[in-house]
Design a protein around this ligand. Structure first.
Ligand code: M6R
Length: 337
């Protein structure tokens, strides 16, 4: 977790030359103007990275984008048109379902691109094209720097495709690239202020169930937060799209369940705040993660808060993933796991 600022700087430098302000995907000799559909396929945490990428791709690239869990994709008849691009995400590069899904996509004539951390892994070797994450070894079971490096490459790749297909002006691309360059510093700031996360971890460690809520591109981060917590602390945890809360899950809310609301201060903040009110009305134990200003407006509702400096919506999924990794880690430490 704490390696992320330096590792992300390395990953960014591998695909973006800050001096010339140019992206560098020279090995990716795909004619993106001919691509008819993009599918992104993965498992677990890598799948949540794919879900975030869908929001980015849809914002910048005018193509049908589909994401799927590898173990689902390989057993269904997804529409795979000629000149379709299938992207496979995997930290290890060896996940059996993802590898089988890639072989299936190849059989169906798709152009394949893998994004892997482990060089010379099966997915790296078998794909038509491959990009490396440069995260270094993921030693324990939890994928942390694996996730944030995948996300960073996917964001840079989105901008590359947008540039190659003339969807976004050069000026706009270089503005977005400046935001990407801010990521390591913003993550350092979070890692230098872990006290509030430790306090919340002590509370969450007492719970039997927890719920994480997010909206839009933060929704996959809520899913990822729930996965990381259950994987490390053995506490049951669910990630829920904020707008779905009222369609059933609200029935679970009582004063014993910590509800962690990921509410960056963006154009959907008011919507997420109204979900926070629904939870508070049911007596839920609210923990809000937002900017200082966002948290100030939620102060009367939430029991605990984590402040994250306000940043552009584009990079927020990468930034908000980190306090969720820390929470899972400190809860696991509290429980002696
Ligand atoms: O190596 P991969 O990225 O293909 O692994 C996929 C999942 O097994 C993995 O992300 C898993 O969900 C992690 N242990 C979560 O932390």
């Amino acid at each position: 977790i704490f390696e992320q600022p330096s590792i992300l700087a390395d990953t960014i430098n591998a695909y973006y030359d800050a001096e010339s302000s140019e992206l560098n995907f020279s090995n990716l000799t795909i004619d993106f103007s001919k691509i008819t559909k993009i599918s992104i396929i993965a498992c677990g945490t890598s799948y949540y990275a794919a879900m975030v990428a869908k929001y980015w791709f849809e914002s910048f690239i005018n193509l049908p984008i589909e994401v799927d869990i590898a173990s689902e994709f390989r057993y269904r008849d997804s529409y795979l048109p000629e000149n379709g691009l299938s992207i496979f995400l995997s930290q290890s590069g060896e996940t059996a379902d993802t590898l089988a899904a890639m072989r299936y996509a190849k059989q169906k004539g798709q152009i394949t691109l893998s994004i892997v951390n482990v060089k010379e892994s099966s997915l790296d070797r078998e794909a038509d094209f491959s990009l490396q994450c440069f995260a270094g070894p993921e030693i324990s079971v939890a994928s942390t720097k694996g996730l944030t490096t995948q996300l960073t490459i996917l964001l840079l790749l989105t901008l590359h495709i947008a540039q190659e297909t003339n969807r976004v002006s050069k000026l706009e691309i270089s503005r977005k690239l400046q935001l990407v360059a801010e990521i390591p510093g913003r993550i350092s700031e979070i890692l230098n202020n872990v006290e509030s996360v430790k306090v919340i971890a002590r509370e969450v460690a007492q719970a039997r169930n927890t719920i994480f809520i997010g909206r839009n591109y933060i929704y996959p981060i809520a899913l990822e937060a729930a996965l990381k917590l259950k994987e490390l602390s053995y506490i049951h945890s669910e990630g829920i799209a904020a707008g779905e809360l009222k369609h059933g899950p609200i029935a679970l809310i009582d004063e014993n369940i910590p509800i962690i609301i990921l509410a960056p201060q963006n154009n959907l903040f008011e919507k997420t705040s109204s979900n926070a009110q629904e939870v508070a009305a049911r007596g839920g134990k609210l923990i809000t993660i937002s900017s200082a200003e966002g948290n100030a407006s939620l102060k009367n509702l939430s029991k605990y808060q984590i402040n994250i400096s306000h940043s552009d919506a584009l990079i927020e999924p990468i930034i908000y993933a980190v306090p969720m990794q820390l929470l899972a880690y400190y809860v696991a430490v509290c429980k002696g796991n």
